[in-house]
Ligand binder design. Sequence first.
Ligand code: GN1
Ligand code: MG
Length: 372
Amino acid sequence: MVYNDIKEVLPHFKFKGTYVRAAEITSGNVNNTYRLTYRCNDRQLIYTLQHINKYVFKNPHLVVSNIVAVTNHIKRKLLEQNKDPGRKVLEIIPTLSNEYIHVDKDGESWRAYTFIDNADALDVVNTLSQMEEVGRGFGSFQKMLCDFPAERLHETIPNFHHSTKRFYQFVRALDEDRVGRAKFVEPESEFIFEHRVMMGEIIKLTEKGVLPTRVTHNDTKANNVLLDSATGKALCVIDLDTVMPGSVLFDYGDAIRFGASTAAEDEEDTSKIKLHMKKAEAFTRGFIDETTGFLSDEELYRLPLGVKVITCELAMRFLTDYINGDLYFKVNSPVHNLVRARAQIALLKDIEKQESKLQATVDRFIKESSNN
Ligand code: GN1
Ligand code: MG
């Protein structure tokens, strides 16, 4: 089944050896991803192939151009530090015509990576040491890119984390009510309206120049850091599609939102959804350890704001997509986006309850790491 979907695409890439099998990886909400196995001189080679969602990424060539720029920069840094970039940075497989994207006969875009083997991408973070490593992974990603001029990157999804513009998109969706779902989302919509000022704070501080714009990952879910299966240490940051200019507060916030929640992003039973403070603490330790020295105090002390803003923004994005009839995120049922939105709202309510504890944790690690 999977092979039939991709068989015309495979010969266009410079994969080594002969094709053995393909399996779909279903964890992403936007692109379709396949794990490919090839055999070359008795060795097994694994690749990742992705079909890029055109509705989300209007210009896939700009997406890969950002990825190439960023991965080359990281590779150069690793070599300067005498480190082997082999398993520490993604490598794109070119097409036979030396492009990074293959456009098929239907105009669909595809790209491929080498697969980093013996590494785990955690959908659920079980232990505190894993969570600390995820923090180190995203922190060192920031560190390696802290001297990369953000303005060189394309804004591949304009206003991706512009929470205020996203709020206007949400209001427009409610007004248009294309599929008649607005009547089902009154309490959730009220929650978003009540939080609109808080949601605009990062944008406001950035516009005022209090917060800098730097290269950010913008999708810092725990499963976007690969951990070495043997040592448990952070190896490599993946899913670089949304690497763009942005605020570090979103990267910190999104990682806590996803990795330090006691339940899945689409948990139906909202009573199960809380902020797991110990996991938040573990992530913060790893992240701050890697990022003090180049993040400003204005950024460091405001990291907890990122957790609130991104959780609210994502609740609103899921709700907007539900109202629009599920155009953006992949769904497994007609209420999937609504369930996701409710889960994010439940999480935000608990984050608000534990906000001062989270702030105290962040303050403590900033002080500890500046004393070292
Ligand atoms: C999407 O497809 P995935 O899982 O990499 C989305 C993120 C959301 C995330 C929520 C380009 O990411 O912004 O935070 O779902 N990516 C895009 O799970 O919109
Ligand atoms: Mg992503």
